[in-house]
Design a protein around this ligand. Structure first.
Ligand code: M6R
Length: 607
């Protein structure tokens, strides 16, 4: 996710651009830039780092007043964060900002190179900019050039473009990435999202896919292919600027949980090669792995446990999971053929980075799964796989965890094919259900909000609570418990159901709240044994299980959250959404600051 802003009108554009970028920084913050148009050319200033770095640079340069400009705040997906890879990207004829991913950038680059173009950045965006430039050099019409070029692009994009010989106009178009335009008495605005322009206008239009908008100081014209002038519907936005930044949600956490279906589609499509998961660059490491050590912290470490379960089950490769802060100082015994797999949303967690360096010192191949492009882990690991969750702002990790579980499931399928544990047809079927069924199933869980809110009545006033489960449900219980305690401050413990009787059950008495996760159909009877045991000691139980389990087994009379049925390798992600919602609604019922829980930072970059 990146943020786009543009303004053309009767006022100096730079303050509007910077204010808009400020409001959009939640969409990406690894670099930022602006282009300011003048009658005799365009000035572009950009820099790696947060917006503050760009502000300083602009203060030093003090560019002359411009009335038409575009700006961008970046969240890298192609090419590490750097001054050169930052947007806007400049070609001889234009300057351009982009949000999205151009999937066929490599083939476009090849064609452009054949026609004499040379690139200076590593980005997919620069390729798209040159393609539009080339089309413009042929037709000399901005709208036609954009239609022509975007027809050749696959992937997602929202573009803002200024042509050097039309410095009084901004052109915009989008596919699968958001873009809005708005109009005020002082001019016209372009943005990825409403908050960027809300202080100036609340009359906005969400650009339809494929429609080209031409923004001038005195109004906006819309065109659909092949070059027909059309009308677009404007609406009145009733949100406050703060509400708008969260897309109308009360907190980033709930917004991010709702982004899961879209982020899953994006991440899984990215690794889809002809119906099979393909991990570019990492294939050799995967082929050579005889055993895997997974290392991470917190929620990412819980995702490793899900990965362990999947990889051992599908590929029969032994996997051990270690907490990074333990790994870095522990005795490490590796056999030949070991692979260290490091997981992190931020890619900057100090303990995980130290673990990576330790593994490298020991000469063990390293593969990182991270969400932040160009982060330390991504740069230093031998190979990297990205989850494309977009920025995660809320301290409590939700969409990143779900994507980690999904990508590990795809990795397990790939490993099982490599190891000859499955044939291509079955692997395609497994991956196909991840691609097509998983986002839909997560949507179904999101629709169960009322059911989940009802359960919070039973737990929000508790001081202590247990999550219990067996097998993969225990691993999920660990994450459910962490999520709950981190944002609701309820002391929560996760326990393997079968282990309760060895000590912990002595803590269960009248009214002890217990949430039992029962999604593993092979262990239902065993899980129910534990549930009956705690009920007979007075526990107040809530069961989270699949629809099928609820129909085929005699469950006790208690609160239930019924999940949609799903194939085994999808269930962790389906369950994850439910446990995240349960934690979220419990914390909000207590009136807590969900996005910034006490004593916690989003990224733990110190030991
Ligand atoms: O950025 P990372 O994934 O490396 O962060 C690891 C943990 O600090 C993180 O998952 C933490 O546990 C979250 N706050 C949990 O919601």
């Amino acid at each position: 996710m990146c943020g786009i802003i543009g303004y053309v009108g009767n006022k100096s554009c730079l303050p509007f651009l910077l204010e808009g970028l400020d409001a959009l920084e939640y969409r990406g913050y690894d670099s930022a830039g602006v282009s300011l148009a003048y009658g005799d050319g365009i000035d572009t200033v950009k820099s790696k780092g947060k917006l503050a770095v760009l502000r300083e640079k602009l203060e030093e340069l003090s560019p002359p007043i411009s009335f038409c400009g575009i700006g961008h705040t970046r969240w890298a997906t192609h090419g590490e964060p750097s001054d050169i890879n930052s947007h806007p990207h400049v070609t001889p004829a234009l300057t351009l900002v982009h949000n999205g991913i151009i999937e066929n950038h490599a083939s476009i680059a090849r064609e452009l190179v054949e026609r004499g173009v040379s690139f200076i950045s590593d980005t997919d965006t620069e390729r798209a900019a040159y393609l539009i430039d080339l089309c413009y050099s042929e037709c000399k019409d901005p709208v036609e050039a954009i239609f022509k070029a975007t027809k050749m692009l696959s992937g997602s994009f929202a573009f803002g473009v200024i042509f050097k010989d039309r410095p009084e106009c901004i052109y915009a178009v989008r596919r699968d990435s958001p873009l809005i335009v708005g109009q005020s008495e002082n001019g016209c605005f372009l943005a990825s999202d409403v908050p960027a322009i809300l202080p100036h206008t609340n009359i906005c239009c969400r650009l339809d896919e494929g429609v080209v908008a031409e923004l001038r100081g005195d109004g906006i014209s819309f065109f659909s292919a092949p070059y027909t002038r059309i009308e677009q519907k404007f609406e009145e936005i009733k949100w406050s600027p703060e509400q708008a930044q969260k897309g109308g949600y009360a907190h980033f956490m709930i917004k991010e949980i709702h982004e899961e279906p879209m982020a899953l589609r994006r991440t899984l499509e990215h690794i889809n090669r002809d119906g099979l998961p393909y991990f570019e660059g990492a294939e050799r490491l995967l082929r050579e792995a005889r055993s895997i050590k997974m290392v991470a912290c917190g929620t990412a470490m819980h995702a490793c446990l899900i990965g362990k379960h999947m990889i051992e089950k599908l590929a029969r490769i032994p996997v051990s999971v270690e907490i990074a802060s333990e790994f870095r100082y522990g005795e490490q015994i590796f056999d030949g053929g070991s692979l260290t797999l490091l997981l992190s949303q931020s890619g900057e967690t100090a303990d995980t980075v130290a673990a990576l360096r330790r593994a490298k010192e020991l000469g063990i191949p390293t593969l990182a799964i991270v969400n932040v492009f160009g982060s330390t882990l991504a740069r230093e690991a031998d190979e990297v796989i990205y989850t494309l969750a977009g920025p995660e702002i809320s301290v409590a990790s939700t969409k990143a965890y779900s994507l980690q579980c999904a990508i590990l499931s795809a990795l397990a399928i790939s490993l099982s094919l490599i190891r000859g544990r499955t044939d291509e047809e079955s692997a395609k079927a497994l991956f196909g259900s991840l691609l097509s069924d998983l986002p839909r199933l997560v949507d179904e869980v999101l629709a169960k909000e009322k059911e989940i809110v009802r359960v919070t009545d039973k737990i929000y006033s508790a001081e202590h609570l247990f999550y219990i489960g067996r097998g993969i449900d225990y691993y999920l219980a660990l994450e459910a418990s962490l999520k709950l305690k981190e944002i609701s401050y309820i002391h929560s413990e996760a326990y393997p159901s079968g282990e309760l009787k060895h000590g912990t059950i002595s803590l269960v008495s009248d009214g002890t709240p217990i949430v039992a996760l029962i999604t593993d159909s092979s262990l239902v009877e065993k899980s129910l044994l534990a549930v009956h045991e705690v009920i007979s000691r007075g526990a107040k139980v809530t069961v989270i299980c699949t629809d099928r389990i609820s129909r085929e087994h005699e469950l006790p009379e208690c609160e239930k959250i019924i999940l949609p049925d799903a194939p085994e390798h999808l269930l962790p992600v389906v369950t994850a959404t439910a446990i995240q919602l349960l934690a979220y609604f419990t914390a909000t019922k207590k009136g807590l600051d969900v996005d910034k829980p006490r004593n916690l930072a989003k990224s733990v970059t110190v030991e």
